[in-house]
Write a protein that binds this ligand. Sequence first.
Ligand SMILES: [Fe+2]
Length: 294
Amino acid sequence: MSSEQGSVIVRIAAQRPNNTCSGAVLCYNFRLMTDQRLKILSRRFIDYVNTFRDSSGELIPMLQLKLTHTKRVVQNARRIMQGERWQGPSLLEGELCALLHDIGRFSQFTEFGTFRDSESVDHALRGVEIIQKLDILEGVPAPAAQRIIESVQWHNKKALPAEMESSAAALAHLVRDADKLDIFKVMIEAVKDGSIETNPEITWGLSIKGAPNPEVVNAVIKGKPVDYSQIHALSDFILIQVGWVINGFHYRTALQITGERKVVEFHHKYLNTLTASPAIDLCCDAAYTALRSV
Ligand SMILES: [Fe+2]
């Protein structure tokens, strides 16, 4: 399509915002509308985050961390959607889920001074409350808004409810996978800059050195979820991430990205500095096997 044709179509599209898609021109119109809608909705999110800035326009470091995390989760979600060949309105919904999934973190940290849900509030439920109270999804068709809200609500739970409608579950899985990919990155950066051993907020104040809990090792190897009460040492915490590689991702693309980023190699090396337990090689070898399957 030439740029002249494009500009004519844009003008036609702008004049017909309510038409349904029945041909090339109107399909372009739909795309234009979704792009505009995404811009408006992203603006609402940014406006909300801006309310937490101080008089010099800065966010405190822990909130800046969450904003940066959110942007990277959006990028991860885009890559997964591309790899999984999502199309049409699903792309917009997926992007919104990623953008809004941690919106509850800002007031959680401001009110309670922690990101630990068990010591404050369930940040996913807090997020749902904010989205609804501020009507952030205003203008999004009701069924899509419902799916997005459900994906935010369930993004941090151990598992999704069996009765969750499949298109809502697809979104929730997308956010959960994109979130995990960035949690890998946060961990790797924290190891590299040393903050993992100096900032207890990142790793819940766990003891740094020491062998992993055999119950955690057992669950990781079997690809089962780990009960957070079983986490005693930093090695348990990191092994949970190795466990995600074994059986924690829904989308094949997310596993492929994990392989590209050499996450297991990094975690393996770091774990070996924390403990000489043979369980480390056992778990990491299972993760390498999972990566070779994609
Ligand atoms: Fe979250």
